[in-house]
Design a binder for this molecule. Structure first.
Ligand SMILES: [Zn+2]
Length: 95
């Protein structure tokens, strides 16, 4: 099965509790409507599950972080970044 990767500017904090995201996050819907990046704890409380139309779970790869330049960061998200930033590479986790 093909793996899909999240190589962009991965979220640094949970949108709900503002906790730093370290190894795992969920990009998914909430019971309150809007989508966001959630830590696993918030996803359990506020999320609507995993799967198509509900949410995707990502886990950080073992090799850790990738450093990218500001230019690359801009390409990822369309947002200019004034500094070189470390980018975490996450791999999508099924289910
Ligand atoms: Zn959270």
């Amino acid at each position: 099965m093909a793996q899909s990767f999240w190589i962009g500017m991965a979220p640094l904090r949970c949108d709900l509790c503002k906790t730093d995201i370290v190894d795992e996050f969920i990009d998914g819907g909430t019971r309150h409507g809007p989508w966001g990046f959630m830590c696993p704890t918030c996803h359990q409380v506020h999320g609507v599950g995993l799967g198509m139309g509900r949410g995707q779970r990502y886990r950080r790869e073992a090799e850790g972080e990738i450093t990218c330049t500001a230019a690359e960061a801009t390409a990822f998200r369309g947002e200019p970044s004034p500094e070189v930033r470390a980018v975490r590479r996450f791999v999508k986790v099924e289910g």
